[in-house]
Design a protein around this ligand. Structure first.
Ligand code: ZN
Length: 224
């Protein structure tokens, strides 16, 4: 962190959003995928088996590392269930981070596939959409690239790249840069075993923090 001309800058706030954990009855409700949209999407299908717990464990480790580096951290949930109000869905997750003027929203998930051999890490970023993501498109992409590189390097996992997504409610309602990291495949037996260990979760967390730091160090003109 570098002090600005006006004095010591406030430490950047990173908003961590561990995926899933929505109370089941709420998760089945729908909400518009973007402001003013008629396209409705389920709030939370629950994710892959075991995903909510893995995402939370990684988020807590990431929080500890970020705090140690001097960042401020907010989390959309710190226990098994979200309690956000505001409909308690993905709009609420985005608004939680918007309200806090987060420097970055980091959504933490794990993947699932019917193809059990599929494995590796990918980072999702908002596709460009006028009025929804035009303001956060560039910094989100920059953050996504930095985080994908850092997590792949920290874990040695297969690099599945950065993927632009237009259909994620939590992106389309975000007014702060946002990324979603798919930290590995719980449907792949080898990767699932790793994802459930403290050591591998810690490596992912270290990668996330490395990516956040690299993003925070980018010149403002390039990332905003
Ligand atoms: Zn998920």
């Amino acid at each position: 962190m570098i002090a600005g001309a006006a004095g010591v800058a406030a430490a950047a706030l990173i908003c961590l959003d561990p995926g899933h954990g929505t109370p089941p009855a709420t998760g089945q409700q729908v909400e518009p995928i973007g402001p003013g949209s008629k396209v409705m999407k389920i709030k939370d299908g629950g994710g892959a088996a075991g995903e909510a717990a893995v995402a939370l464990a990684i988020a807590k480790r990431t929080r500890a590392l970020l705090l140690a580096r001097g960042y401020r951290v907010a989390m959309t949930r710190t226990g098994p269930r979200t309690q956000l109000g505001n409909g308690n869905g993905n709009i609420a997750r985005a608004r939680f981070c918007n309200r806090r003027h987060a420097a970055l929203m980091v959504r933490i998930h794990a993947d699932g596939s019917t193809n059990r051999s599929q494995h590796g890490v990918s980072t999702l970023v908002p596709a460009w959409h006028r009025g929804w993501t035009d303001d956060i498109y560039r910094p989100s992409l920059a953050a996504g690239r930095a985080i994908q590189t850092a997590v792949v390097s920290a874990t040695g996992a297969a690099d599945r790249g950065v993927v632009k997504r237009s259909d994620l409610t939590g992106f389309n309602w975000a007014n702060v840069p946002a990324v979603l990291v798919e930290t590995g495949y719980l449907s792949n037996p080898t990767e699932a075993r790793r994802l459930k260990t403290a050591a591998y979760q810690q490596r992912i967390a270290a990668g996330l923090v490395g990516g956040v730091s690299a993003f925070a160090a980018l010149p403002t003109k390039r990332n905003r």
